[in-house]
Design a protein around this ligand. Structure first.
Ligand SMILES: [Fe+2]
Ligand SMILES: [Fe+2]
Length: 139
């Protein structure tokens, strides 16, 4: 495992973050119904976190000598509230496991600060997942 493998992994994380910013902004515009106001508020708050994650990853990839991607990861577009939240719960969980895997790579390559920051971001995503699951349980 090399620095290039880590850069590739971080670029996948970056594409996922850019996709999430777009997905949450898109879903906020597309959701209707009783719970929509609450979901819109949550998505707006979480989109700001995801943008912060994307900005951090861009800086790190650049610092490591890579080229930060500007291509967002594609995402599904469920029409109903339950489908949207379910998709988000699933994708937040994927982000958690990807960040933890890349934190282990950063540790092996002896980038302790990056390892800790990636673990912190995994914790942020776990928190997003928890908030979204709470909404899902009410549906
Ligand atoms: Fe994120
Ligand atoms: Fe998240």
């Amino acid at each position: 495992m090399t620095k290039e493998d880590l850069i590739r992994g971080l670029n996948e994380d970056l594409a996922a973050e850019l996709g999430t910013v777009i997905r949450y902004t898109y879903q906020a515009a597309r959701c209707y119904g009783l719970l929509a106001a609450e979901l819109r508020e949550l998505l707006a708050k979480e989109a700001v976190d995801e943008l912060g994650h994307a900005a951090f990853l861009m800086d790190v990839i650049q610092d490591l000598g890579g080229e930060p991607t500007t291509n967002p990861k594609r995402f599904e577009k469920p029409a109903d509230l339950k489908g949207m939240i379910g998709l988000n719960v699933k994708m937040e969980a994927e982000d958690v496991s990807n960040y933890l895997a890349h934190a282990r790579m950063a540790e092996q390559l002896e980038f302790p600060e990056l390892k800790m920051k990636l673990e912190e971001m995994a914790a942020d995503e776990a928190g997003h997942g928890r908030e979204l699951r709470r909404l899902l349980r009410g549906l």
